[in-house]
Design a protein around this ligand. Structure first.
Ligand code: NAD
Ligand code: UDP
Length: 318
């Protein structure tokens, strides 16, 4: 029986970078938020400011084990996202994606909750289609260093669509492209946090390869807005849906921009390119514009400035 008026929302991976921003947004929207996390790559610091809120609850739990709670909506974000974190324990990464998906889908089936999966542009692998559209099946190495993440996420998508077809679950699958902003882990090795921390410490900025590879960077606030819009979209719409900022930059251009905004004297150095590193990545967001009436609004320069401010404060505290 449902007594509360507030929507009860579960966010797995809620103590992570995106999860903590999502919890904050859902609380602002008047939801009761249950944050589940095993702190593999997330931290209590990310959610400390929410702890006093009576509508926020934190549960330490690993999604590879079943979870019995009563909820109306589920955002499944649990999974390390940075290559350093997900390659640290690749077997656990695949388990988190696959067993985690089975457990949260089972929960959605029992509670009849609507469920959103945080999938990734990595399902496209090293893409041969540019920009990437949702109907592209991808170009993924099944046995490489990134495979635990890429194939785990691909299998999770399969499970979401099979639960939808077989059990009529209301699903939403978001394919998230590179997102950045405050609360990224300073040591997670992702390019935006790495470059900013290196620049602020006046250490060399490390470009892997020659810096000609491209990425398209979306500011966290825009991404969270898209998550909520997708969850609220018509029940007939499942995705998969590309979410990201289509403005594409080379990694060298990103390094130069970080250097300019921070005014750092750091030199730019070139290191070997990791294996299977995608050469280019840019979302085609035509479908998101149409179905969600959504497009990112924060430009890279502005988003970088806000992120730099965050890391500046964080490093000063340490
Ligand atoms: P993150 O590492 O900051 O957050 C992931 C959270 O999941 C962490 O708090 C971690 O402790 C938790 N977690 C990991 N394994 C778990 C488990 N077995 N049980 C419970 N909790 C677990 O990463 P993020 O950038 O916030 O990414 C969130 C989601 O979005 C991930 O699913 C990721 O694959 C997806 N995504 C992110 C990006 C991006 O650019 N940030 C891009 C594509 C997809
Ligand atoms: N990269 C880099 N220097 C760094 C960290 C990353 O040149 O210190 C490169 C990396 O090789 C990749 C791009 O930046 O080409 C984006 O890396 P990230 O790990 O942030 O995301 P992903 O490769 O998963 O898109």
């Amino acid at each position: 029986m449902r007594v509360a008026n507030r929507k009860r929302v579960l966010v797995t991976g809620g103590a992570g970078f995106l999860g903590s921003h999502l919890c904050e947004r859902l609380l602002k929207d008047g939801c009761d938020v249950l944050c589940v996390d095993n702190f593999y790559s997330g931290t209590k610091d990310n959610i400390a400011h929410l702890m006093g809120n009576p509508h926020f609850e934190m549960m330490r739990h690993d999604v590879t084990f079943p979870l019995y709670v009563e909820v109306d909506e589920i955002y499944n974000l649990a999974c390390p996202a940075s290559p350093i974190h997900y390659q640290w324990d690749p077997v656990q990464t695949t388990k988190t994606s696959v067993h985690g998906a089975i457990n949260v889908l089972g929960l959605a089936k029992r509670t009849k909750a609507k469920i959103l999966q945080a999938s990734t542009s990595e399902v496209y692998g090293d893409p041969e289609m540019h920009p990437q559209r949702e109907d592209y099946w991808g170009h993924v190495n099944p046995i490489g260093l990134r495979s635990c993440y890429d194939e785990g996420k691909r299998c999770a998508e399969t499970l979401f669509f099979d639960y939808h077809r077989q059990h009529k679950l209301r699903i939403k699958v978001a394919r998230i492209f590179n997102t950045y902003g405050p609360r990224m882990h300073p040591n997670d090795g992702r390019v935006v946090s790495n470059f900013i921390v290196q620049a602020l410490k006046n250490e060399p900025i490390t470009i892997y390869g020659d810096g000609s590879q491209t990425r398209s960077f979306c500011y966290v606030e825009d991404m969270i807005d898209a998550f909520v819009r997708l969850m609220n979209s018509d029940d007939g719409f499942t995705g998969p849906l590309n979410l990201g900022n289509p403005d594409e930059f080379t990694i060298l251009a990103l390094a130069e921009q970080v250097k300019r905004i921070t005014g750092s004297p750091s030199e730019i150095v070139f290191k070997p390119l990791p294996s299977d590193d995608p050469v280019q990545r840019q979302p085609d967001i035509t479908l998101a514009r149409k179905t969600l009436d959504w497009a990112p609004s924060v430009r890279l320069e502005e988003g970088l400035a806000r992120t730099i401010e965050y890391f500046d404060r964080l490093l000063a505290k340490r």
